[in-house]
Write a protein that binds this ligand. Structure first.
Ligand code: BGC
Length: 798
């Protein structure tokens, strides 16, 4: 029985206005009004004397009776959310900034739930009118940075901390993690996603879900599926083969579902082979539940899809954020016989099975006081672990504290913690790179710092560069217009290179929800001012026998090939969250030895990307369809198979020490039985303690199905190894891990032939190999036929 009513429920509605920014973002939806709230309080129901006669939600065993007792009106309202604050309804007063809520039915003991965004941290409003208490959340490193750790324990720790904030701020379910594949580096939301590789994506997502859910709150894996661009995201039809779906775009979700049992899955905005994903029974029933055995519930993305009745049939259990007309359509469909009420009952059961596990149902009294100081430390540690050392010729890094530094680049001050949109986080602060280095005890060139500060302050006071609340409302963080890089005079550079021992240039980029990036100067390419800065600063420092390092404060790859030879070191810091400056200083100083590896390829030029010609779809001026012609050859699968040399390959990353990987072994000998045990020895052969990531790739033989040159099948990271210390890493692979998807048989198959296991430090830096044989074709797992494309299209083959 529910005892305390903590949340204040309001039924007041405000008129819905579709803002131009929302239209711009592609979020268009015919929503007349948000659904009205049930005004009855849970407390009233508790004191009701009818409890004995009216079924009441107490546990799993009570669910069927509760559903039977629901009126059709209640059912049709329960499967539709109660609207989105700022877009048709006032804020949720109990958790201001929560982006979704469910409909409560107090008479049956069903409370309302609150959903709020991630993935880089909980996104809620940090301040509330008339209160001194604040509600800041920790901005953790972006997902791509977390994936660069190649360390699931680190990611699980982030999930644990993030989930604690979810719980203590009174939210039931986090709308994260997100794990769409980096199909193309220009996707504006790639920063929210882990990798171009499904194994990394799935393992990271599972670790995150396990961490979040260890708090007794829910995680939502999103956006299911093949949502790999922002351009026309609400209408684009993704055309992709069944094989590429199963092996690339669904695989990470399959891993996450099986290894972490997320409470919810969010369907995506796009159509998939002709059908909105939220309306696709193939995707949400056949694949997700029948093939994978998923036990949670599915919600739409916000305003996603166009047919609530089809969504119900597909087993998209809940429509978010929800509008009254959607409930009406569902109710009318049941009344007219076009929707079986049993379908509604099934969906409601899916939701209630989860609802009974929520803090709200369990009457958890949240404190609104998570331990932000402790979580900041967790964020800092992960941010440093995720940094990737791309270049360090003759070891300019780490930098000792007695060396004087000049920082160049606007982003030393305006350091980017993460991307924008729903994945933004309202953190209490972001430590800039300049402040982080100062705090670590470095002497920075003060006059240069001051020149940057004055330049930035001046531009920010001008109208076009003013920092404003996000066009989607203050809950979505700030809109920070990009400002041009400060030009540098020859005298400035000469003076700085005279006065200081090393130059550090910071290059920053941001992107976010609602728009894709572009292959233009100032975005994927460097601006002219940035190019000048790099070449001029490098020339002057080098003239004096001094070094130059670049720090990349970016959310995804940028062009590096044209300028990387100019500089001595490049540290890819990603967008490292609120502790950015401290974490950068940890790596720059050598307090942390970098051990991050690229989870996504840095191409030489954009046109080297397999999907460069098809992204973001056709017709070019306003795409309605995007065809995944590159098929399974995404990221390094393309580079390695078609010999396209990247600037920095998948899996690449340097350290301040050296490692040797040897003794690559398969324990079972040369014939494959059910599983395969692979082992490799790692030794720290350098002078500093450090960690190494070991990557296990497999080259499978071409049979009826052609195979990429290499595919990542397992990975692990050593503990911190002291110089000369060794660690044996062991990996277990089963038949499914090694199998490919055969569309004709609807099955995962292991084709006969010789397989080569390649163990290395990157997709190109293979240190040892071993082979094994499969004698005859093996059908590893049969699945249901689903999601076949309805149009013919060309697929890349070898
Ligand atoms: C995003 C989701 C997010 C939702 C709620 C949508 O625009 O695509 O990732 O969870 O909004 O903010």
């Amino acid at each position: 029985m529910l005892k305390k009513l903590k949340k204040q429920k309001k039924s007041k509605l405000v008129a819905f206005t579709l803002t131009s920014s929302l239209l711009l973002s592609g979020l268009t939806y015919d929503i007349a009004s948000a659904q009205s709230q049930n005004p009855t309080s849970v407390q009233q129901a508790q004191t009701s004397t009818e409890q004995t006669s009216t079924p009441y939600l107490t546990d799993a065993a009570s669910i069927d009776r509760v559903i039977q007792a629901m009126t059709l009106e209640e059912k049709s309202k329960f499967v539709v959310g109660v609207g989105m604050p700022g877009f048709g309804r006032p804020a949720f007063e109990d958790v201001v900034g929560a982006v979704g809520g469910t409909y409560g039915i107090p008479r049956l003991g069903i409370p309302e739930l609150r959903f709020a965004d991630g993935p880089a941290g909980l996104r809620i409003r940090p301040t509330r009118t008339g209160q001194t208490q604040t509600y800041y959340a920790t901005a953790f490193p972006i997902a791509t940075s977390l994936a660069s750790t190649w360390d699931t324990a680190t990611v699980e720790a982030i999930g644990k901390a993030q989930g604690n904030e979810v719980k203590e701020y009174g939210v039931d379910m986090l709308l994260a993690p997100a794990l769409n594949i980096h199909r193309n580096p220009l996707n504006g939301r790639n920063f929210e996603y882990y990798s171009e590789d499904p194994l990394i994506s799935g393992k990271m997502a599972a670790a995150m879900v396990n961490g979040v859910q260890s708090n007794g709150v829910g995680a939502t894996i999103k956006h299911f599926a093949a949502n790999n661009q922002e351009t026309n995201r609400n209408s684009i039809d993704t055309i992709v083969s069944e094989r590429a779906l199963r092996e690339i775009y669904l695989k990470g979700f399959e891993i996450a579902v099986k290894e972490s049992n997320p409470w919810s899955v969010m369907s995506s905005y796009n159509k998939l082979n002709g059908t909105y994903t939220s309306q696709s029974a193939d995707l949400l029933t056949t694949v997700l539940r029948k093939d994978w055995g998923y036990k949670g519930f599915v919600m739409t993305d916000w305003f996603g899809g166009d047919n609530p009745v089809e969504q119900m049939k597909a087993q998209n259990d809940m429509i978010m954020p929800g509008a009254a007309n959607q409930s009406t359509l569902i109710k009318t469909a049941v009344e007219s016989g076009s929707l079986d009420e049993k379908v509604l009952d099934r969906n409601i059961k899916n939701i209630l099975n989860i609802l009974i596990q929520t803090p709200e149902f369990k009457k958890y009294q949240n404190t609104d006081k998570p331990d932000l100081a402790a979580h900041a430390q967790t964020a800092r540690k992960a941010a440093a672990e995720g940094m990737v050392l791309l270049k360090n010729d003759k070891m300019p890094l780490p930098i000792s504290k007695d060396q004087k530094i000049t920082l160049f680049g606007n982003t030393q001050i305006e350091t980017v913690k993460g991307g924008t949109g729903s994945g933004d986080v309202n953190a209490a602060y972001t430590t800039s790179i300049a402040d982080g280095l100062k705090d670590a005890g470095y002497q920075l060139n003060q006059s240069q710092f001051q020149a940057y500060k004055t330049y930035i302050d001046d531009l920010r006071s001008q109208d076009q560069y003013k920092i404003k609340p996000s066009p989607w409302g203050e809950d979505f963080g700030k809109s920070i217009p990009a400002i041009p890089e400060k030009p540098l005079t020859d005298d400035e550079i000469a003076g700085a290179s005279q006065a200081t021992d090393i130059g550090i240039i910071v290059i920053g980029r941001n992107s976010g929800e609602g728009a894709d990036r572009k292959d233009v100067k100032g975005d994927y390419q460097l601006s002219d001012a940035e190019k000048d800065m790099i070449s001029n600063v490098s020339a002057e420092y080098h003239k004096k026998g001094k070094k130059v390092a670049v720090i990349l404060n970016v959310g995804g790859p940028i062009e590096v090939d044209s300028w990387r030879d100019d500089v001595d070191s490049i540290l890819l810091a990603w967008q490292p969250g609120q502790e950015a400056g401290y974490a950068v200083a940890d790596v720059i100083s050598g307090k942390v030895n970098p051990s991050g590896k690229l989870p996504t390829t840095f191409p030489v030029k954009y046109s080297d990307v397999a999907s460069a010609n098809s992204f973001p779809g056709t017709p070019a001026n306003n795409p309605t369809q995007v065809v995944y012609n590159e098929d399974i050859y995404v990221g390094y699968r393309y580079n390695t198979t078609f010999n396209v040399k990247p600037a920095y390959e998948f899996g690449y990353g340097l350290s301040y020490t050296d490692f040797d990987i040897s003794h690559v072994n398969i324990s079972e000998g040369k014939k494959f039985k059910d599983t395969l045990k692979v082992s490799a020895m790692v030794e720290n052969t350098g002078k500093l303690p450090g960690r190494e990531v070991v990557q296990v790739y497999v080259s499978a033989p071409d049979g009826k199905l052609e195979k990429p040159a290499v595919e990542l099948k397992a990975f692990d990271k050593t503990k911190e190894l002291k110089p000369n210390q060794r660690q044996l890493l062991q990996f277990e692979l089963n038949a499914k891990d090694l199998a490919s998807f055969d569309e004709v048989q609807n099955a995962w198959v292991l084709e006969k032939g010789t397989y080569t296991v390649k163990v290395g430090a990157s997709s190109e830096d293979i240190k040892g190999t071993a082979t094994f044989k499969v004698d005859h074709d093996i059908i590893v797992e049969k699945v249901n036929e689903a999601l076949a494309p309805k149009v013919d299209f060309e697929r890349l083959t070898k």
